[in-house]
Design a protein around this ligand. Structure first.
Ligand code: DAH
Length: 338
């Protein structure tokens, strides 16, 4: 009987000290298992006098029932605690903002090019492309710039040979388009051009967009209306244009187009050198000789054309002080266009 009491007390203590389900399993085996303490003590039953046997047997059974109940109760407490611990450790906060992957963005020149294309597309212009390696014929002669013409000095050309060169402007696309199709023509040609030039506002490779419209009765008015609509869409609704007389061999009359400064809105600042105006492009009414040479009858049709630098438009739009920023590929700069 004393042993039984000792077993009961020590088992109770172990149960109350147990911290894991594994410990509970060990306790169960040690006290209630096949060779556990209670089973062992039950084997002494046969050595007792007959009248004590039922009393002792009942006592052992009571202890077994009591321990069984205590073990089950503690196990359920531990199970619950282990479940809570697992839920806490596996908790996912679905409201936490996700980690975003590093995302690149289009180069500012590409963004501006796309924007220019989109505006002219909405005005009904189709997009065409021409080769970057051109012949003298397309780059100059068909544009009314014969050999030894002084206008060749306006552009510092990279020559491969007497006849082959890196195009100095996108204007050869005009001639190629007119040779390829009859009016009505309404096209833009964006692309890379090359000149032997390198400073804060010039790069040996830069990009232009050429525009050409040829149809019956096209005049300077159409040129002004189209370019005005373009700069308002590209810069802002309150942008004004100014047309200054100029000279290009392929247009007559020729103009240079200024817009009110995008930074100071015409007040005068560093970007516009205090004038309130910034030159954005060259344009004009297509020289009849250029139409005729490319196979379009200038007595029936007339047209206007323009050419602008995309890099230059980017600098003006964002007030960039140095064109070289656009070519250094410094991500601290490029990221600002995301
Ligand atoms: N090709 C000229 C240049 O690169 C720009 C230009 C001026 C294009 C007048 C035109 C134009 O189509 O009509 O400087």
């Amino acid at each position: 009987m004393d042993n039984l009491t000792t077993i009961l007390e020590s088992c109770k203590l172990e149960i109350s000290n147990a911290l894991t389900m594994q410990q509970m399993y060990d306790i169960r085996v040690r006290y209630l298992g096949k060779s556990g303490e209670l089973t062992t003590i039950m084997r002494t039953l046969k050595d007792l006098p007959n009248e004590e046997k039922p009393i002792f047997g009942k006592k052992v059974n009571d202890v077994r029932v009591q321990l069984e109940a205590l073990i089950v109760e503690k196990e359920s407490v531990l199970k619950e605690a282990e479940k809570t611990a697992r839920i806490n450790s596996e908790y996912i906060d679905i409201t936490e903002p996700a980690k975003l992957p590093n995302k690149g963005n289009l180069h500012p020149i590409t963004q501006v090019k796309n924007e220019i294309i989109e505006i002219f597309r909405s005005l009904g212009f189709e997009m065409r492309q021409g080769p970057e390696i051109e012949t003298d014929y397309y780059n100059f002669q068909l544009l009314n710039i014969p050999k030894d013409h002084p206008a060749r000095d306006m552009q510092d050309t990279f020559y491969f040979s007497d006849n082959l060169l890196l195009r100095t402007h996108t204007s050869p696309c005009q001639a190629r388009t007119m040779q390829a199709k009859q009016p009505p023509i309404r096209m833009i040609c964006p692309g890379k051009v090359y000149r032997s030039d390198d400073d804060a506002t010039h790069s040996p490779m830069f990009q232009q967009v050429e525009g050409l419209v040829v149809d019956k009765g096209v005049t300077m008015c159409d040129l002004k209306g189209t370019l005005d609509a373009f700069v308002k869409a590209f810069f802002s609704e309150d942008t004004k244009t100014r047309f200054r007389p100029s000279y290009f061999p392929f247009t007559e009359p020729s103009v240079e187009v200024d817009v009110t400064c995008s930074v100071c809105k015409g007040e005068g600042c560093r970007l516009c050198k205090g004038t309130g105006w910034i030159e954005v492009l060259g344009a004009g009414v297509v020289n009849p000789k250029v139409l005729d040479d490319s196979g379009i009858d200038s007595s029936v049709y007339s047209g206007f054309a323009f050419g602008m630098g995309i890099d230059r438009m980017t600098m003006i739009k964002y007030g960039l002080p140095d064109m070289r920023l656009l070519f250094e590929n410094d991500t601290r700069f490029l990221k600002q266009f995301n």
